[in-house]
Ligand binder design. Structure first.
Ligand code: CTP
Length: 415
């Protein structure tokens, strides 16, 4: 592992302590760094290379609560992973990891290692890093870390980067030789386990996207192939992800609405731009029925509660209306004190021939922002179809190891 980022992480830890004591927000830091090794599905290994570290700002008060109480060093926790097609299961892992300490640093595995150990990633490393950084519980990201977590890499995390605990989900993480990837931090009492979120995985989402791609390519899907989402959304999960602030009466509320299906960097970008325009970003997540009517039978890939959780995990979203009406109404604008309605520069969205944003336009509240990445569900599905054989093989392997996990799983308390 290279050590280019060491100073940045050390700075970050220092700044959390000093900043909190002085009442300042945690400063941003940027740097580059190296490798590690983690477990794999089905006995493969993960490995990681050279990448970037970024520290973010928004949850700094949270991150520094220990330091605020005195001069105590904040507890730094580290979690790594692939975070491919970043979903609310990953976000929930990061939420639990953050609750194990004060500062959460996340290692993101590089593309070559994922390809070697699991099969091709859907999203490249830059996008995966961007998505992890956008998660509201993350304080810093280290890119290009190895899949296989060596003792050496772990020591470097402890000694040079001030990491106190390594955290991972309760799914088995095995090295290619079948041994536990986290044996070392476990042995020395510096490992914490969080509960894996059941009912969602990259494998599952990839399977759903493959079906979208096949349908678009004119294939007829067997009824047995169409799988409903198995994730059970509870009120406590929504509360854990949700904001604790209500829509401000005095502040400038910016409203953004859409499907937010298979949450991606394009979604993050419009939310970030919305945040720049006001004080509070309220996100309307359209109903499954609306998305289906607009995009076709295979849509949405994720149901409205799953889509809402992904949006809520984003640092730029303050509140979500789950199952918002696609058409902007007077009631919606008034209830939520909306000052600005933001949309991307795409085609008009018409329902029964009427522009859903007509009222916002008529009132001069409508603002258009440039579409940043052109990311779309159809585009991701096409990308997967272009490498269909590889993705199908990856999913078959992963589905096997996921079944093994579910067969032997135990109950682990959530943090
Ligand atoms: N994770 C989780 N719940 C899920 C999926 C992942 O808690 N449903 C956790 C993993 O246990 C790990 C972290 O998220 O600590 C990163 O997981 P990652 O390496 O990206 O991949 P997988 O564990 O293979 O999960 P997935 O197939 O969904 O990518």
């Amino acid at each position: 592992m290279t050590t280019v980022c060491a100073a940045a992480i050390d700075d970050m830890v220092l700044q959390v302590a000093v900043g909190a004591a002085a009442g300042f927000a945690l400063a941003r830091a940027l740097a580059r760094q190296g490798s590690r090794a983690a477990p794999g599905d089905g006995g493969d290994g993960k490995a990681r290379g050279d990448g970037g570290v970024r520290v973010d700002d928004d949850d700094d008060k949270d991150a520094a609560r220990n330091a605020a109480a005195g001069s105590k060093k904040p507890v730094v926790v580290y979690m790594d992973g692939c975070f491919d097609c970043m979903h609310y299961g990953h976000a929930n892992a990061l939420r639990q990891a953050k609750a194990c300490g004060d500062v959460l640093i996340v290692g993101v595995v590089n593309d070559a290692e994922i390809k070697r150990c699991k099969g091709p990633p859907v999203c490249d490393e830059a996008e995966r890093i961007e998505m992890v950084q956008a998660c509201k519980w993350v304080d810093g990201v280290i890119g290009d870390v190895p899949y296989e977590v060596t003792d050496e890499f772990t020591d470097e995390l402890f000694a040079k980067h001030g990491v106190d605990y390594v955290v991972h989900g309760d799914d088995p993480c095995l090295l290619p030789d079948g041994t536990d990837a986290y044996a070392y931090p476990k042995r020395i009492g510096r490992y914490k386990e969080i509960k894996r979120t059941e009912g969602v995985s990259t494998t599952d989402i990839l399977g759903r996207l493959l079906r979208v791609g096949r349908k678009a390519a004119g294939e007829t899907l067997e009824a047995a192939e169409v799988k409903e989402a198995t994730f059970c959304t509870t009120s406590s999960r929504i509360a854990q992800f949700g904001s604790r602030t209500s829509v401000p009466v005095d502040g400038k509320v910016v409203y953004v609405s859409g499907a937010f299906d298979v949450f991606n960097r394009g979604h993050v970008e419009i939310l970030r731009k919305a945040k720049e325009l006001g004080d509070f970003v309220l996100v309307g997540v359209h109903t499954d029925a609306d998305v289906r009517a607009r995009c076709g039978d295979e849509h949405p890939v994720l149901n409205e509660k799953e889509r809402a959780l992904s949006v809520l995990s984003c640092r730029y979203a303050d509140e979500v209306v789950i199952g918002a009406p696609a058409k902007i109404t007077n009631d919606l604008l008034t209830t939520f004190n909306v000052s600005i309605v933001v949309a991307e520069d795409e085609d008009e969205y018409l329902i029964d021939g009427e522009d859903v944003n007509a009222l916002a336009k008529a009132r001069g509240l409508y603002r258009v922002v440039e579409r940043a990445h052109g990311a779309s569900v159809a585009g991701v599905a096409q990308k997967i179809m272009a490498n269909r054989a590889e993705f199908e093989a990856r999913n078959a392997r992963k589905a096997k190891s996921e079944s093994a996990y579910y067969a032997t799983k135990k109950t682990v308390a959530e943090t």
